[in-house]
Design a protein around this ligand. Structure first.
Ligand SMILES: [Zn+2]
Ligand SMILES: [Zn+2]
Length: 291
């Protein structure tokens, strides 16, 4: 029988020498996309050293689900937000539905299982029209205010909008903890984000042949500001690019990152694990500790 490359999950990699955290994934979307059950996703991830995950919501329904999943799974913490493209769709259709959506996100944010307000930010690739971009700026500013009000980590989605993201951040004031998720800029943009205190989270895209600029950005980022993520089910690292992603594939990206930086794999794992606790406002139980 022919294997469907779009839905067939890649084989698990060698386990890592120490625990790391997938700082950004969507296990609910992964389940729809590849059929990988969320509980299996956590178990498979833990079996290769990915002992904790941050589950990110992109709309009201997903954000509610993320909080519930984190409540029932101690190795998981949640992010709540309207994704910039969802915010644009809502706000262009009706300003009051955007306001309603933001009110739900604000009501979810104080929950102790919620560590993250995000993913929020700007996506000028999928939202090219000015009206949608104006709504995205408004929604981004609202999420920045929530992160500050409830002392949560701001997780930023930035697609083709580097300068505009910095403009909004500077205008609103940078929260205490900021993560540039799926970092997509060059060295200069990395420095601009680092100057504002951000952690840079690298995804499978850092393994793509064309993305030498990401590897240069990773190479100049201080070791204590580096994070790793999948953004599963998207952005699967080479050599499984094009197939579904999941947290158990984090080791593929971590190995590529260790090579880029020329450092010992175990040392990088230790740094990634410790950096996550700083970036996410403290530790939480690992899968092994709760299994
Ligand atoms: Zn994103
Ligand atoms: Zn995402």
């Amino acid at each position: 029988m022919a294997v469907d490359q779009r839905t067939e999950l890649p084989a698990p990699p060698e386990p890592l020498p120490g625990p790391v955290v997938d700082t950004h994934c969507h296990v609910d979307i992964t389940a729809e996309f590849s059929g990988l059950d969320p509980d299996d996703a956590l178990a498979r991830a833990a079996s290769v050293g990915v002992t904790r995950v941050v589950q990110i919501g992109c709309d009201v329904g997903q954000s509610r689900w993320a909080v519930e999943f984190a409540r029932t799974h101690p190795s998981v913490v949640a992010g709540v937000a309207l994704h910039p493209n969802d915010a644009a769709r809502l706000g262009v259709a009706s300003r009051s539905s955007l306001a309603d959506g933001l009110a739900v996100i604000e009501a979810l944010a104080p929950d102790p299982r919620v560590r993250v307000v995000g993913e929020t930010g700007l996506d000028f690739f999928r939202t090219p029209e000015a009206e949608g971009q104006a709504v995205q700026r408004e929604s981004f500013a609202a999420h920045i205010a929530f992160a500050k009000a409830y002392d949560k980590t701001l997780v930023i989605h930035d697609r083709d909008a580097h300068d505009a993201v910095l403009d909004v951040l500077d205008a609103e004031g940078v929260p205490d903890r900021v993560v540039m998720h799926c970092f997509s800029g060059d060295e200069a943009f990395a420095r601009a984000c680092l100057d504002r205190g951000a952690h840079l989270s690298f995804a499978g895209t850092v393994t793509f042949k064309a993305n030498a600029h990401l590897r240069r950005a990773l190479a100049i980022t201080p070791l204590d500001r580096v994070l790793v993520e999948t953004d599963a089910p998207f952005l699967t690292p080479v050599p499984s690019r094009g197939r579904p992603n999941a947290s158990y594939l984090v080791p593929v990206t971590v190995r590529a990152m260790a090579e880029v930086r020329g450092i010992d794999l175990a040392a990088l794992c230790r740094a990634l694990d410790e950096n996550t606790d700083v970036a996410m406002g403290g530790s939480w139980p690992t899968w092994a500790a709760v299994a």
